[in-house]
Design a protein around this ligand. Structure first.
Ligand code: HEC
Length: 111
């Protein structure tokens, strides 16, 4: 499952570089989507950042650290990835609303 998603990410990278997340104003995803996003956070993000987000290949994603970082910086990291590092771009799979909500959750603290 994860590898199929990663393939989609790689395929998408060649095509679009939409500035979908630059605006900053985002709507809240509905409850079902929120559950999907929390699942993704644990399963997919967790494969590098740790199931409990305490770090692994990638740094920890704990509110104690992320709350101090600029929201737009974190949004851009998730949307575009970090070229030259294993952090992949997610903007072909996640909407601006999804990413904005995830960042809010991470900065508030996900259990
Ligand atoms: C294939 C491994 C991998 C996956 C999957 C992954 N990341 Fe990352 N992520 C990284 C690495 C490595 C870094 C550190 C990049 C660097 O050196 O700057 C990072 C950095 C980050 C940062 C910046 C943290 C900081 O302190 O600046 C955030 C936020 C982040 N990832 C969120 C996510 C989210 C949310 C997901 C899932 C949608 C995700 N990552 C999936 C590897 C991954």
């Amino acid at each position: 499952m994860r590898f199929r998603r990663m393939t989609a990410v790689v395929a998408g990278m060649s095509g679009l570089a939409l500035g979908i997340v630059a605006e900053g104003v985002t709507a809240t995803p509905d409850a079902a989507r929120q559950q999907q996003l929390l699942h993704l956070l644990k399963q997919d993000c967790g494969s590098c950042h740790g199931m409990t987000l305490k770090g692994g290949l990638g740094p920890d994603l704990l509110a104690s650290r992320l709350a101090a970082l600029p929201r737009e910086f974190l949004v851009a990291t998730i949307a575009k990835g970090r070229p030259g590092t294993p952090m992949p771009p997610w903007e072909t799979l996640l909407s601006a609303d999804d990413i904005g909500w995830l960042v809010d959750e991470l900065q508030r603290g996900v259990e």
